[in-house]
Ligand binder design. Structure first.
Ligand code: ATP
Ligand code: MG
Ligand code: MG
Length: 383
């Protein structure tokens, strides 16, 4: 057994499920706190799981009591209880890190204070449409209105194109704590998975992410038409950003590459991340392996984080029918060499992450040729 400590995870979605796949290979027990039959629990039969919400203090305490190391697969958790239990159980990354990152505005401020370039932002809490007007004057249009908390897959963002959008923006997001960001005129989006261990900070390669309707659709490793120098700069920036936070584990760093080649950090995830799924097939050590190893102090050679072969990851989102994700999976299995992952979420809702697939090939061009018919197929399934 590589480690006989039990790992407790707040959240049992697809990230928890893939973490368990990695843990199972090392015979490490992972206790999941989430609803019964959540994606992660489906592939892990033991009696150490906790049924409940990762936002519920009592449930978090219960998980801590039956685990040796507690970690997260989602940042929208109760950090108050994590702070309380941190004396009795190891919490990785630190609850302090989770508390800062779960508030996107606080996160941006923290990064800026630590010398990491981010988009300019303005606090809008309690300011209503007067606040929006001020942002329009300061930043011009468009600007991005964002919820500070509970944001994922663009649910919490609103593009404000002019004063005519104020009413709609406040109708959609008005009940949430808000801030505004200056529009980033990016050439493309890049991401780097960073691993923080007891010994230092390591990075996976730089990848390109393509978002559609604010949801990650594709990841290209390596990024298309990006110089080695820029890719290296992105890794350096990601390393600097994560170096500013306490605790161990993997972190996803999303970045904008602006038209003048400037890099800005968009946001950070204190956990495995969609942009790192490709590592399962494309790197000797996956982001999930790396997370487990980092929180348990199992060695990670930097060479294990290299790209073995170019890779493209395509998200399988819910489409126009409840089984459209299954159709995509079947098409991929029948016509390509793709590695297909389905998350066990039941019926699809449009735009919901239901699975993903990864194609690796000797060149990125070959991977692009192979995946194109699947991108077309996915586009056809869209609701
Ligand atoms: P995730 O699912 O990655 O957690 P999220 O809901 O937290 O997403 P963001 O990452 O803030 O949302 O934004 C989603 C996408 O919206 C970005 O990847 C980018 O494409 C676009 N976006 C966000 N902020 C800006 C900005 N300031 N300027 C231009 N585009 C932006
Ligand atoms: Mg986010
Ligand atoms: Mg994001």
């Amino acid at each position: 057994m590589a480690d006989n400590r039990k790992v407790g995870v707040l959240g049992g979605g697809q990230l928890g499920r893939m973490l368990i796949e990695a843990a199972n290979r090392l015979n490490i027990q992972v206790n999941i706190l989430d609803a019964a039959a959540s994606p992660a629990k489906q592939i892990s039969a033991h009696n150490g799981h906790i049924e409940g919400s990762f936002k519920d203090a009592a449930a978090v305490k219960q998980l801590a009591q039956c685990s040796d190391v507690v970690t997260v697969e989602i940042e929208h958790v109760d950090t108050q209880m994590l702070e309380e239990v941190a004396g009795q159980v190891v919490v990785e990354p630190s609850w302090k890190t989770l508390r800062i990152i779960k508030d996107k505005y606080a996160q941006k401020h923290y990064l800026k204070e630590h010398g990491v370039d981010v988009a300019d932002s303005i606090d809008l809490e309690g300011k209503g449409s007067k606040g929006l007007k001020e942002v329009g004057v300061t930043y011009g249009f468009p600007f991005m209105l964002k919820s500070k908390t509970e944001a994922y897959d663009g649910k919490g963002n609103f593009v404000v194109n002019g004063e005519q959008d104020f009413e709609g923006a406040l109708k959609t997001l008005g009940s949430r704590p808000l801030y505004a960001e200056r529009w980033a005129e990016f050439r493309m989006e890049l991401a780097v998975m960073v691993v923080k261990t007891k010994d230092g900070v390591l990075t996976f390669p730089t990848v390109e992410t393509v978002h559609e309707d604010s949801i990650c659709k594709l990841t290209y490793a390596p990024p298309r038409n990006v110089s080695e120098k820029t890719a290296q700069r992105a890794q350096d920036l990601a390393k600097k950003a994560i170096g500013a936070f306490e605790g161990k584990g993997v972190f996803g760093v999303e970045m904008f590459l602006l038209k003048d080649d400037t890099l800005l950090v968009n946001e950070i995830a204190p956990r495995p991340h969609n942009s790192g799924h490709y590592t399962i097939e494309a790197c000797p050590i996956s982001q999930y392996d790396a997370h487990l190893r980092a929180i348990l102090d199992i060695p990670i050679p930097q060479a294990g984080l290299r790209l073995r072969e170019p890779a493209i990851m395509l998200n399988i989102l819910g489409g126009k029918t409840p089984d459209s994700h299954v159709k995509v999976a079947n098409e991929a299995l029948a016509t390509t060499t793709a590695s297909v992952h389905l998350y066990g979420k039941g019926d699809a809702r449009p735009g919901r992450k239901m699975g993903h697939l990864t194609i690796t090939a000797p060149t990125l061009a070959a991977a692009e040729r192979e995946i194109q018919p699947l991108i077309d197929f996915v586009d056809n399934q869209k609701g």
